[in-house]
Design a protein around this ligand. Structure first.
Ligand SMILES: Nc1ncnc2c1ncn2[C@@H]1O[C@H](COP(=O)(O)OP(=O)(O)OP(=O)(O)O)[C@@H](O)[C@H]1O
Length: 550
């Protein structure tokens, strides 16, 4: 999914930062001890200059690693998002809230891996290994204790990493639930007033009726109040999400405390077990190095515990993105239609729709009508290949496998308007459709009142009415010049004059293309080639199966 090259520079700078830090600690410890016993004529300048140079290197590499790391992070986020988009291409997104969540949260988690955990953990491991090696090689007093601390650190990081993986898994579930419930909650915002309004109204009624009527009204009121309170979900709580976040932080800090305790214990052991160190110090200032490194261990090695949590979150995010719920849709190549599209026992999987048997001409307007809920929209989506279907879908007698035919367009009943200019909404794929074609069509559909191609529509722009949205979506589909145009309820919410305009556009388009319309109304101006009636009343039972007579 991510083809960005590894961030070696980020890692290198993080190593330089860590090594400079520990070198300052080692040299300054030695320098302090040396200063106490230095003979006359000892050159203080050289160690002081080295320490100062290391401090500058530490600061510079720290900032540089942040700068390089964050630039790399941004490139990675963009790259992973593109990867996720291509994963979503040709597939139906089942849970939009979760997909948005995955895009926003998980991609950042994945992209941050170099600066969040690879660089810090590698740097600490490198420092630990080098320190143990140098201390053993030069036989520093207490070198063995450094190895003990390294072992303790490795065990602590492994145990905490395992625990962090479990917490990250729970956090993803809690997050998904929270997103879903928030989404449901916000989607119900249009009826929130019913909650207060209904209760308020009930209270008014209750006050009015209280004086004249019996208490039996009060029980009716209670029922209404309870129902009203059910309108708005009450389970939208971020508590579980926060609990998991806090649990992750708590385990990291608990492990850091344990590690700190072990480091102190080792220092105490070293000092109490070897009084000789004090004497050794007089002759070998180097003896102070290991105790100082042990004392400061939580500072230079403690980061590992929060980094390992980031590793766990990364693993969880990678899994969540891989398992994102989508239904793949196969893309089929453009097909010529010479005589007809024929449907045989065609029904939509998982929908309460009847089997359809009909044939449609290669061009002209076909009108699918029928009672609400009988399956008009489902039939159009199944025909377009957006929904899986049973039965046969044939072009000129040749069966078309399941999938989306590339030059067929379905215009949904509730179209999506992008937040952008009208021109962007008409050519979202950047096909460089000439602006004069757009303007002409916009005028023909009666959309030109107050709407220019440059007008910003949708979110933070001009809000469009339901009828305007439908016509923008229709124009968008027509400008793509599909061979088959499937339009769901194009006349809904339009006045007679606008219906007339839309009919003119559709009639003209149908002179050499097939236009299939699902509609409750068939305006007189629409030149209909064929009517397909999906009606419960006309459903007959054949061999125990429902079959729509068309
Ligand atoms: N996403 C869905 N999942 C499962 N069933 C669905 C879904 N959408 C619709 N249905 C069901 O499929 C059946 C057909 O719905 P469809 O929207 O196709 O009817 P319609 O004729 O277009 O209705 P209307 O005229 O009211 O728009 C209905 O019983 C509906 O409840």
């Amino acid at each position: 999914m991510n083809s960005t090259k590894p961030a070696y520079l980020t890692l290198l700078l993080a190593l330089a930062h860590g090594v400079a830090g520990i070198s300052i600690l080692v040299i300054s410890s030695w320098f302090i001890a040396v200063s106490a016993i230095a003979p006359v004529g000892f050159n203080y300048v050289i160690p002081a200059v080295v320490i100062r140079a290391l401090a500058l290197l530490r600061i510079a590499s720290g900032y540089a690693s942040m700068w390089v790391g964050h630039n790399d992070l941004l490139a990675r986020i963009a790259n992973i998002r593109l990867g996720v988009f291509s994963q979503l291409e040709n597939s139906q997104i089942n849970e939009k809230a979760l997909t948005t969540e995955a895009l926003a949260h998980h991609t950042e988690e994945l992209a941050s891996r170099w600066i969040a955990w690879i660089a810090p953990l590698s740097s600490i491991m490198f420092i630990f290994t080098s320190l143990c090696f140098i201390a053993t090689w030069f036989d520093f007093p207490g070198a063995g204790l450094l190895i003990v601390l390294f072992a303790a650190w490795s065990i602590a990081v492994t145990l905490q990493g395992l625990r962090a993986l479990r917490i990250a898994k729970r956090a993803t579930c809690a997050n998904a639930e929270f997103r879903q419930s928030s989404n449901n909650f916000l989607n119900s915002s249009a009826i929130w007033h019913l909650n207060r309004g209904l209760v308020g109204q009930c209270e008014d009624n209750a006050t009015q009726q209280h004086n004249s009527h019996s208490a039996s009204n009060a029980s009716t009121l209670d029922v209404k109040e309870i129902k009203a309170s059910n309108i708005v979900g009450k389970n939208v709580s971020a508590k579980a999400v926060w609990q998991e976040k806090i649990a992750q932080k708590n385990t990291a800090s608990r492990t850091a405390w344990w590690f700190q305790g072990i480091a102190f214990l080792l220092v105490v052991l070293m000092i109490s077990g070897a009084l000789s160190i004090a004497q050794t110090l007089l002759f070998a200032p180097i003896a102070i190095v290991v105790p100082m490194v042990l004392l400061a261990a939580p500072d230079w090695a403690g980061n590992a515990f929060s980094s390992i949590s980031k590793f766990a979150q990364y693993k969880q995010s990678a899994k969540a993105l891989r398992q994102m719920k989508t239904t793949p849709i196969k893309m089929l190549c453009e097909r010529e239609i010479n005589t007809a599209i024929t449907l045989t026992d065609f029904s939509i999987k998982g929908r309460r729709t009847n089997k359809v048997n009909t044939s449609m001409p290669a061009k002209g307007v076909v009108c699918v009508s029928g009672a609400s809920g009988c399956g008009k929209s489902s039939l159009l989506q199944g025909l377009a290949g957006l929904l899986p279907a049973n039965g046969k879908r044939e072009i000129d007698g040749v069966n078309i496998p399941p999938g989306l035919v590339s030059n067929w367009r379905y215009v949904e009943q509730e179209p999506i308007i992008l937040s952008g200019t009208l021109a962007l909404n008409l050519d979202p794929a950047g096909q460089e459709i000439p602006h004069n074609q757009m303007t002409t069509l916009v005028q023909e559909l009666g959309l030109d009142k107050g709407l220019l191609l440059s007008t910003w529509v949708g979110k933070a722009g001009r809000p469009l009415s339901g009828g305007e949205k439908k016509r923008v979506a229709l124009a968008r589909a027509i400008l793509a010049k599909p061979r088959v145009l499937l339009v769901d309820e194009p006349f809904e919410g339009l006045d007679i004059h606008t219906q007339q305009r839309v009919c003119d556009v559709l009639n003209r388009y149908a002179t050499d293309k097939l236009v299939i319309i699902a509609s409750h109304v068939t305006p007189k101006a629409l030149v209909v080639q064929k009517n397909v009636q999906l009606d419960e009343a006309s459903v007959v039972t054949v061999n125990g199966e429902h079959r729509a007579t068309l």
